[in-house]
Design a binder for this molecule. Sequence first.
Ligand code: NCD
Length: 303
Amino acid sequence: MTGGLLGIEELSRPEIEKILDRARAFQPQPGQAFQRTTTCQGKMVVNLFYEASTRTRTSFEIAARRLGAETISITASGSSVSKGESLVDTLNTLVAMRPQAIVMRHAASGAPHFLARHLTTPIVNAGDGTHEHPTQALLDARTILDRRGALEGMKIAIIGDIAHSRVARSNVYLLSKFGANIVLCGPPPLLPRGMADIAPGVALEYDIRRAIRDADVIMMLRVQLERLHEPLMPAGEYYRFYGLRLEHLSSASPDVMVMHPGPINRGREISSEVADSQRSMILNQVENGIAVRMAVLERVLLP
Ligand code: NCD
């Protein structure tokens, strides 16, 4: 296959820049809706989600429609997947319906890469297990660039369940290609030492206060309980050591941006005061998700 988007790891910096620049053209004016174009009219995008999603699935649907493409969404619980059909058989069935792109989310790391080797229809990875979530990293980069203009030299602290986070992994790949200084922080069981080696410019830190000191950006992550086989620590204890609260922000850069891919768990990894504060970029991220996915789908549909 060619022309899909499987991960950030395999993209070059100029390729990423091109997507981010194009996304900018799709950002709406303040108070306006997203523009509607017809460039992808007649194309069909299938969204195939084997894992729960609110933001990502809706965002891909809106993005496809704003480009003039048609879109249908299939979720595992309402499809033949729940009748025991294999992944390859489901995908072949969908391909026979001749879509121009398949957007997929799957719990198995590498599932979209595996399928991409067998199918000619381009695949866009909307999150594969604990591996990558490329459009999330792109929208995060767009959000930082909107405020700061550059990623180089920024101190970016990513805090929480690093071990199970495809968001962290994709962000590490992207941010390191742009020369950011990345600090990954979480309790030892959720912070594998190997993460320091996946890209240049990555440091590991167990202490949230040290991770946050002088940070330009703080990205908070949810503990992915669905991927944990045994309970980690009581929620209250996790929040005491790794929850982001207002008092933490005073040691960060004065105009620190607080980000979170969602869904947020208030009082677990982030306090309501921080999530709802002026520092919070959470809804800007959601908004940028549409612009970035328009750019990604356009790249796939109009090669
Ligand atoms: C993330 C995901 O699914 O990886 N959510 C998202 O896409 N916005 C993070 C998460 O589920 O915690």
